[in-house]
Design a protein around this ligand. Structure first.
Ligand SMILES: Cc1ncc(COP(=O)(O)O)c(C=O)c1O
Length: 445
């Protein structure tokens, strides 16, 4: 018998079932973990409810698949939250960084474009794909040291690192804590440098009341599940500059010159009338390529999750700050053993994590503690690559190193972090603090 229900009625019914499924599958999980004593503590994880699942299924029923109505909705919410004119969804934070730096090599920027051999100031204590686009574009990374405690660039060293080839600064706000924006932006102004803010770990952090990601020329975000919001894999690249926005879109979308959206034709009004490169007059603008680009777009399924996550973001940010403060209170008694994190003055970080460095004289090593925590079900992470220049991939890469990266080595050897993600409960934090206390007691400390 033919089904008499309309597509819309079926969609409504599916949505209801998805909500029911969420409760049956994940709702119970949450209830159980609330009842049972803490046995394991993750450092990060996706936090979601039926809204994300309903959106995901809804987008799959559209079967549009590639960037569509949910991407538009996500983009709009993101722009409103951040306060930038342009926000372009991409398929990861790493892609956001690649698109951001590549855009600055665009001929659209005239004499200001980055060219092969130009230098870009960055740090070695961080995540590899903040640095990789520099190398992938034939530019030279210049590594300067970081401060212990805030794990961000030493601004004075960045100034000393300037050479006649320096054209840009590309830095992450480490674990959500802003790098010294005043000094770095002044340096950029003094030497006419581009600034790319990698905000992959810093969505919702503010400096002097203003969102990170609105200070530099371009900013990037990651939505990998460990991050402030998630789309599974995903990222965003933002700017206020229309020319940079055009270059970003082109590099993201195969390098094409045309800025029509999927399914749209002839937005520029010159689809068959212009001459490009050495192509014949009137060659279809849809297939004109003005950059050597990629395809790094986000799917509409990912964007549908992102849109639901955006509604939760203010609450997530609040919870991260609260969790950070709980760690802070717990670690106060152990200042003898650990260098505790310090927020950049005048900032309000939306902390990605709670980083600590084991002091040289602590009487135990970082790995001894993190291994102990792991045996007791507590996840920790090192500060990503530690000292990147010592990683196998970077040994032979053309680079310049300023100073001896002494603190970066300390990060590599003695720093780790605990989670601040919104799914973390006060009971879990208490359990971790008790476990560290037991570790210290076992060593007579
Ligand atoms: C500072 C920083 N930049 C870039 C990335 C890359 O993001 P993704 O994993 O989405 O590619 C990460 C990843 O965690 C990161 O921490």
């Amino acid at each position: 018998m033919a089904n008499s229900r309309t597509a819309e009625e079926l969609r409504t019914e599916i949505k209801r079932l998805v909500g029911e499924y969420y409760q049956a599958c994940f709702g119970q999980e949450a209830e159980e973990s609330a009842r049972n004593p803490v046995r394991s503590v993750r450092y990060a994880g996706r936090v979601f409810d039926e809204r994300e699942m309903e959106n995901l299924v809804d987008s799959s029923l559209d079967f549009w698949l590639t960037e569509g109505r949910y991407a538009k909705e996500f983009e709009k919410k993101f722009k409103e939250y951040l306060g930038t004119d342009f926000a372009l969804p991409v398929n990861s934070g790493s892609s956001a960084n690649l698109v951001a730096l590549s855009a600055l090599t665009s001929p659209l920027l005239g004499s200001k474009r980055l060219r092969k051999g130009n230098e870009v100031i960055t740090v070695a204590a961080g995540f590899p794909t903040t640095v990789n686009p520099i190398i992938q574009n034939g530019l030279v990374p210049v590594f300067v040291d970081v401060e212990l405690g805030n794990y961000n660039v030493m601004a004075e060293q960045a100034r000393q690192a300037i050479s006649s080839e320096t054209r840009a600064i590309m830095l992450a706000h480490t674990l959500g804590n802003p790098f010294c924006l005043e000094k770095i932006m002044k340096l950029a102004e003094d030497y006419d440098l581009w600034v790319i803010e990698d905000c992959c770990d810093a969505l919702g952090s503010t400096y002097k009341g203003r969102m990170l990601g609105t200070f530099g020329h371009v900013s990037t975000f990651s939505f990998y599940p460990a991050h402030h919001i998630t789309t599974g894999e995903g990222g965003m690249v933002c700017t206020d500059d229309p020319l940079i926005a055009r270059a970003l879109r082109s590099f993201r979308d195969w390098g094409r010159d045309c800025y029509c959206e999927g399914g749209q034709n002839g937005r520029c009004g010159n689809r068959f009338t212009k001459q490009y490169g050495e192509l014949p007059l009137g060659y279809d603008h849809k297939y004109v390529y003005s950059h050597v680009g990629y395809n790094l777009k986000m799917t509409d399924m990912q964007a549908s999750i992102g849109s639901a996550q955006m509604d939760k973001l203010p609450g997530f940010v609040q919870k991260r700050k609260e969790n950070f403060r709980t760690w802070e209170r717990g670690f106060q008694a152990w200042k003898k053993y650990f260098i505790l994190p310090v927020a950049e003055p005048d900032s309000d970080p939306s902390w990605f994590a709670y980083p600590v460095t084991v002091k040289e004289e602590a009487g135990f090593g970082r790995t001894e503690l993190t291994e102990y925590l792991s045996r007791h079900g507590v996840e920790t992470r090192n500060l990503f690559a530690g000292n990147m220049v010592k990683q196998p991939a970077y040994l032979q890469v053309e680079k310049r190193i300023v100073g001896n990266l002494e603190n970066t080595d300390a990060v590599m050897n003695r720093t780790f972090f605990l989670g601040t993600y919104p799914g973390l409960s006060p009971e879990q934090i208490t359990y971790v603090l008790d476990t560290i206390s037991a570790f210290l007691k076992e060593r007579g400390l």
